[in-house]
Design a protein around this ligand. Structure first.
Ligand code: PMP
Length: 288
């Protein structure tokens, strides 16, 4: 496998970064997970815009243009003969000393991995996921904005561990007000009385690219959609629940905390959304 690392395509065994890189020492860096469908990179501009916003938010000046990064992504996919897969784009603060100071890291590093991904076993896409609510709260946006897709994912990993201990593959994370924020690596949507609802970024949700796509799809299929505060009560009483993410795509949820949602089967709104999503990913995208 070829990895793009700081301007070169190198073998994966040669793709190494320094132990003094602050991405490793402190999680000081940012990333994007991007999807490749049928030779088209899905919503590449949106991902690169989010990367630029994340970079600006952590005062990391990207020394590469959007075009240079976009070309590097396409080149990495081509070098690996990939037409369908998952692209991980990572920018680290770069090599510094053992102090926190990002000012002592003069040169950020960039690397790109393009590979296959299967986030959840196939049967869950047909039968639905059973998820739980975990005690680990989503970090307060005043401590670290969830809009920054940073390399520091311990908050989510702690929640993922809790989910796994409870026998679930994904978990709802509440914010510090007790409102539903999102899942450990996915956004959450509920369907209630024909409307699709999802928590806002202010409640701790990452503004997912797939989430944005669901807003466009809802418009296309004529279903009302809005951001709405929600508690677990709203999820328990939803007719349908589904999750979205670049890795997960769109996946139905049929149980929360052992309680059945709706009739415990993937619902009709989910089915329509999924069909529209499948159509969209093949036509919307940047040709590699
Ligand atoms: N929330 C979190 C915490 C995530 O890490 C992700 C990405 N895996 C998402 C939501 C979904 O975002 P996107 O659709 O942009 O992948």
């Amino acid at each position: 496998m070829k990895i793009y690392l700081d301007g070169n395509l190198v073998d994966s065994a040669e793709a190494k970064i320094s132990v003094f890189d602050h991405g490793l020492l402190y999680g000081d860096g940012i990333f994007e997970g991007i999807r490749l469908y049928g030779g088209n990179v899905f919503r590449l501009d949106e991902h690169l815009e989010r990367l630029e916003y994340s970079a600006k938010a952590i005062l990391l000046k990207l020394p590469w243009s959007r075009k240079e990064i976009s070309d590097a992504i396409c080149a990495t996919c081509r070098a690996n003969g990939l037409t369908d897969g998952y692209i991980r784009l990572v920018v680290t603060r770069g090599v510094g000393d053992l102090g926190l100071s990002p000012w002592l890291c003069p040169k950020p590093s960039i690397f790109i991995i393009a590979d296959k991904i299967a986030l959840y076993p196939k049967e869950h896409y047909e039968k639905g996921l059973e998820i739980v609510t975990v005690a680990t709260r989503r970090m307060n946006p005043a401590a670290l904005s969830p809009a920054i897709k940073s390399l520091n994912y311990l908050n989510n990993i702690m929640a993922k561990i809790e989910a796994r201990q409870a026998g679930a593959l994904e978990a709802i994370m509440l914010n510090d007000q007790g409102l539903v924020a999102e899942c450990t690596g996915d956004n959450i949507f509920i369907v209630h009385k024909g409307r699709i609802l999802t928590p806002s970024a202010q409640q701790g949700a990452l503004q997912g690219i797939t989430r944005d796509t669901i807003f466009a799809i809802a418009k296309e299929i004529g279903v009302a959609i809005e951001e709405h505060d929600m508690t677990r009560y709203d999820v328990w009483n939803a007719d349908e629940v589904f999750l979205t993410g670049t890795g997960a795509e769109v996946i139905p949820v049929v149980k929360l905390d052992g309680r059945e949602i709706g009739d415990a089967k993937p619902g009709p709104v989910f089915a329509k959304v999924l069909a529209a999503f499948r159509r969209r990913v093949l036509v919307e995208g940047t040709r590699i």
